[in-house]
Design a protein around this ligand. Structure first.
Ligand code: SF4
Length: 217
């Protein structure tokens, strides 16, 4: 189910994401997920900073932990993949109107970034991923993804999306037997959504495609 709330974690301490990663590594996490999520939500004042209801804040943190857990458990399979794709959300483009020069290719279906704006995160993520051997798709919604995967035959996928969509995406990839890694949005919504380019860069560089030179800049 899509979230019925908006969130913005942009101003949360980076230590929150470090702690999320550490919690995700704990043994028997599923038995104590609720209490861990509550601990993290309280420690980093998620409810106060985002203005979310307690239950929504806890759901968000639990979903984030779940994503980190799935990333860890999918590491080995992802490492073995050679043909990879990166899916970016179109709502993270700097402009959502005609100022964005991306061309929509309905036959794929995906936007193709034309690199019109240096500080657009979609532009930066696209360049980073393409330089490291990924095919990049800027999609208008998760419904486009099965069509693209069917056509391009990728083995591994990095998805950037809202936590709730990433959970559904992980189930979908699992059914297809594909390896996946995920980068959650730090701000959701219909426009001006955000994600951590550093998290994406770390992920891409941690799992280089065999036979390709690793990007260091
Ligand atoms: S850099 Fe790419 S995605 Fe960003 S606004 Fe320009 S064309 Fe659109």
């Amino acid at each position: 189910m899509p979230y019925r709330f908006s969130f913005d974690l942009s101003s949360i301490s980076k230590a929150f994401f470090r702690d999320l990663a550490n919690v995700a590594k704990e043994k028997d996490l599923h038995r104590k997920l609720g209490s861990k999520a509550r601990y993290l939500a309280e420690k980093f004042k998620i409810q106060q900073i985002t203005g979310l209801e307690v239950t929504d804040a806890l759901m968000l943190v639990e979903d984030l932990v779940d994503i980190y857990v799935k990333n860890i458990s999918g590491t080995q399979r992802f490492l073995k993949t050679q043909k990879r794709a990166l899916f970016l959300p179109h709502c993270a483009r700097k402009f959502m109107d005609c100022k964005c020069k991306a061309q929509f290719k309905p036959e794929i279906p995906s936007y193709k970034c034309q690199h019109c704006s240096k500080d657009c995160i979609v532009n930066r993520a696209t360049k980073l991923a393409e330089k490291n051997g990924y095919e990049v798709y800027v999609v208008a919604g998760s419904s486009c993804i099965p069509q693209i995967i069917k056509k391009n035959g990728c083995e591994g996928v990095i998805g950037v999306a809202c936590s709730d969509e990433l959970k559904m995406g992980a189930d979908y990839l699992g059914r297809l037997g594909l390896a996946g890694q995920a980068v959650p949005l730090t701000k959701n919504g219909c426009a001006n959504t955000k994600f951590s380019l550093r998290t994406l860069k770390n992920l891409i560089e941690a799992f280089p495609i065999r036979g390709r030179k690793v990007t260091v800049n």
